[in-house]
Design a protein around this ligand. Structure first.
Ligand code: NAP
Ligand code: MG
Length: 398
């Protein structure tokens, strides 16, 4: 059988622990036997990051900028325990954070659905994609524990000036708390652009929710930037048949619970943190959630939303069989291949990726799955596959 030629390279980023084991199996059994693809390989395993003083992560991000499409395995974000465990020079920053920063990207999370895994919310029929703004607000704040009576103010001093703008936050009569948060026009604009790009690429309607009735400047500014970006893309959205809807965030939450799905829900940073977990739980398992980073200039990086599944890796190291779900990692590959094929206008590559996805869904729908899914499917089943067994079954079906 001759292999399908992938026209342009894909940036491949290897990772850690159980997902690293899965990664090699997917590549060797589901990808390389069928595709002639130039993979620009970067080992983002924690040991290699340590060896290169994390330069390899930056190189990988630059490569995604150059080639436009990347696929990434889950990686360890080291904390003090990991520094000890792997004898690292220091607790290197999260690779995802580094890549996100370089690509100025927004993360979209999309659940993988099958007929026999029923969402917890009865009305959900199609995936709900969450786009989370990944800069600022609560996540880059200054906080202060107010010890007693006093005046809290918001001040802003324009560059090169001594005239400050001062606003009273509160005249405290006793102890309390204050917090200062911010965002930037550049980041909000990038977020809105990435959401428009992704809605067009996924052919889904776009929602954005905030609380501009209460936050008449901060939240209202997000709404204005979004409206402006929608206006700038009016023709493109109309041509793709995509509608945009601004909702108050509480209304958005209420509507989501009655909606059939098939939309992109753009969320401010905190809302995205909270509601992406709600949506993930509602659709089933972390092992069935993919994630894609989209930059405002249309570069794409695909990965599974879960981590390196440490507990399973420790079992694997002891020589015990594991049953780790590889679906989200496989879909990271198919997402990257579909995008590559779309950009290269090579339909056979898109078709192969779609076939691979169908093989995965077909397995699950016919009762072949890893342990995490056995209690989620209707009816529940007892029998499950090992990590490797599942990938082999997918390969057979392919
Ligand atoms: P995790 O990998 O998300 O796994 C947490 C638990 O969720 C697992 O123990 C397992 O539950 C279940 N789970 C997650 N993915 C699964 C899958 N594919 N199949 C079956 N079960 C799955 O989180 P962690 O083990 O606490 O974190 C390990 C490392 O991942 C950390 O060092 C963290 O820094 C990193 N991380 C990386 C990324 C990324 O690169 N995108 C994201 C998050 C975390 P049971 O134990 O009940 O089976
Ligand atoms: Mg969260």
């Amino acid at each position: 059988m001759s292999k399908i030629k992938v026209k342009h390279p894909i940036v491949e980023m290897d990772g850690d622990e159980m997902t690293r084991i899965i990664w090699t199996m997917i590549k060797e059994r589901l990808i390389l036997p069928y595709l002639d693809v130039d993979l620009k390989y970067f080992d983002l395993g924690v040991t290699k990051r340590d060896e290169t003083d994390d330069k390899i992560t930056i190189e990988a991000a630059e490569a995604i900028k150059e080639y436009g499409v990347g696929v990434k395995c889950a990686t360890i974000t080291p904390d003090a325990d990991r520094v000890k465990e792997y004898s690292l020079k220091k607790a290197w920053k999260s690779p995802n954070g580094t890549i996100r920063g370089i690509l100025d990207g927004t993360v979209f999370r999309k659940p993988i659905t099958t007929k026999n895994i029923l969402p917890a919310v009865r009305s959900w029929k199609k995936p709900i994609i969450i786009g989370r703004h990944a800069y600022g607000d609560l996540y880059k704040s200054q906080e202060y524990l107010v010890p007693g009576p006093g005046k809290a103010e918001l001040t802003f001093t324009p560059k090169g000036s001594t005239d400050s703008v001062r606003l009273t936050i509160n005249d405290f009569e006793g102890a309390g708390i204050i917090m200062g948060i911010h965002n930037t026009d550049k980041s909000i604009r990038s977020f809105a652009k990435a959401c428009v790009n992704y809605a067009v690429s996924e052919k889904v309607n776009l929602w954005f929710g905030a609380k501009d009735t209460i936050s008449k400047t901060y939240h209202a500014h997000f709404k204005d930037v979004f409206n402006n970006e929608i206006q700038n893309n009016k023709d493109r959205l109309e041509k793709a048949g995509i509608s945009y809807r601004y909702l108050l965030i509480d209304d958005a939450v209420a509507q989501i619970m009655k909606h059939e799905g098939g939309i992109l829900w753009a969320c401010k940073n905190y809302d995205g943190d909270v509601f992406s977990d709600m949506v993930a739980a509602g659709f089933g398992s972390l092992g069935m959630m993919t994630s894609v980073l989209v930059s405002p200039d249309g570069k794409y990086e695909y990965e599974a939303a879960h981590g390196t599944v440490k507990r399973h890796f420790y079992e694997h190291k002891k020589g015990n069989p594991t049953s780790t779900n590889s679906v989200a990692s496989i879909f990271a590959w198919t997402g990257a291949l579909q995008k590559r094929g779309e950009l290269d206008k090579t339909n056979d590559v898109v078709e192969f990726a779609t076939k691979l996805e169908k093989a995965v869904i077909g397995c699950i729908e016919s009762g072949i799955m890893t342990k995490d899914l056995t209690h989620l499917v209707t009816p529940n089943i007892e029998k499950y596959e090992t990590t490797e067994g599942f990938i082999n079954k997918v390969a057979e079906r392919l």
